[in-house]
Design a protein around this ligand. Structure first.
Ligand SMILES: CCCCCCCCCCCC/C=C/CC(=O)SCCNC(=O)CCNC(=O)[C@H](O)C(C)(C)COP(=O)(O)OP(=O)(O)OC[C@H]1O[C@@H](n2cnc3c(N)ncnc32)[C@H](O)[C@@H]1OP(=O)(O)O
Length: 292
């Protein structure tokens, strides 16, 4: 049902599914989608690289989310691909997280549609049967960080500007329980409590120390490191690895699935509050002023 809704959004946005489908095809040669998600398949290796291309900062607009969801679903259903690297097509920014403009000045129906798509992307990533490795080649706050936390392994480029973390409280908003659970599953309860309350954004060395990422490497080695990690993981029999992943993660996704509609309603009423809208507007303004 979520995929049908996602396709509806894409079609309304004028995205041609034929083009997108071709981009996720099994051909071994380099192909690219004409929109926000580039896919570089390596059929012989069973690996595809997904590159985010939603300028200026790869924020998760509804259209970008929808393209990512459909792309992941196509790769998941194509047994050629057992591993995927997620990275940015614009080194410097992995993803700025949820698109602030999707959460500001819109109507409740829009917020509900948007939040359902955010949930769907997380569900697709967190319990994917494929091996997912995040090659984090840029800043990755909030929803950008959640995407990487939902992968099986994270490689971060060693650049002090590339901070990662769930900084929601700095915007005056609250990370929902499934963001929290994803973080707790990765770095533990105490470190998550501190990171979430303070909205901490960790530079590479700290991110490694706290466990937000698994490896920090020189910037020009991020992709090759991700590739060698995925190759190691590919050596494990799929059925055993997949069942183990499901055993570790399914309870977390089930928790959202069983209260998905309530979570959407919570989001809509929270984000629609005047005080929250004001906080978001001020934050957007602050980002603008940073430039001048
Ligand atoms: C018990 C009660 C509980 C109730 C719970 C209910 C549930 C409620 C849940 C609500 C939670 C919602 C969760 C949200 C998670 C998120 O992801 S929120 C988004 C957080 N993102 C950020 O904070 C990132 C902000 N951006 C930056 O820090 C920087 O832009 C950057 C480091 C990513 C890049 O810096 P730089 O290269 O210097 O670019 P800029 O000049 O800053 O930006 C360029 C351009 O992009 C715009 N922009 C940046 N980020 C976003 C974004 N996230 N969305 C939309 N647009 C963005 C920025 O404004 C600039 O635009 P202009 O060129 O000025 O037009």
């Amino acid at each position: 049902m979520a995929l049908v809704a996602a396709r509806g959004t894409l079609l309304r946005a004028g995205v041609r599914l034929g083009t997108e489908a071709a981009a996720c095809g099994r051909n071994g040669t380099r192909r690219s989608a004409s929109h926000r998600v580039l896919v570089e398949p390596d059929a012989a290796a069973g690996i595809a690289t997904i590159k985010f291309k939603n300028p200026p900062v790869n924020s998760l607009t509804l259209e970008f989310l929808t393209e990512l969801i459909i792309c992941l679903e196509k790769l998941e259903n194509d047994k050629t691909f057992r591993g995927v690297i997620l990275t940015s097509n614009s080194p410097g920014i992995f993803s700025a997280g949820l698109d602030l403009r999707e959460m500001c000045g819109k109507n409740p129906a829009h917020y509900a549609e948007y939040w359902r798509a955010v949930q769907e992307l997380w569900l697709k990533l967190y319990v994917s049967n494929m091996i997912l490795v995040a090659a984090i080649n840029g800043a990755s706050p909030a929803g950008g960080c959640l995407m990487s936390l939902s992968c099986d392994y994270r490689v971060l480029a060693d650049n002090p500007r590339y901070k990662v973390g769930l900084n929601e409280t700095l915007l005056g908003i609250v990370a929902p329980f499934w963001f929290r659970d994803t973080l707790v599953n990765t770095i533990g309860h105490r470190a998550s409590e501190r990171a979430l309350q303070l909205g901490l954004l960790f530079p590479p060395a700290e991110a490694l120390q706290v466990g937000m990422v698994d490896q920090v490497v020189p910037e020009d080695q991020v992709h090759s490191t991700a590739l060698s990690v995925i190759t190691q993981w590919l050596a494990i029999p799929d059925h055993a690895r997949q069942l183990t992943k499901s055993m570790m993660r399914k309870a977390t996704t089930d928790n959202l699935i069983k209260q998905r509609e309530a979570d959407i309603q919570n989001f809509v009423s929270f984000i629609s509050r005047d005080s929250i809208q004001k906080s978001l507007q001020m934050y957007i303004e602050k980002l603008k002023q940073k430039k001048s």
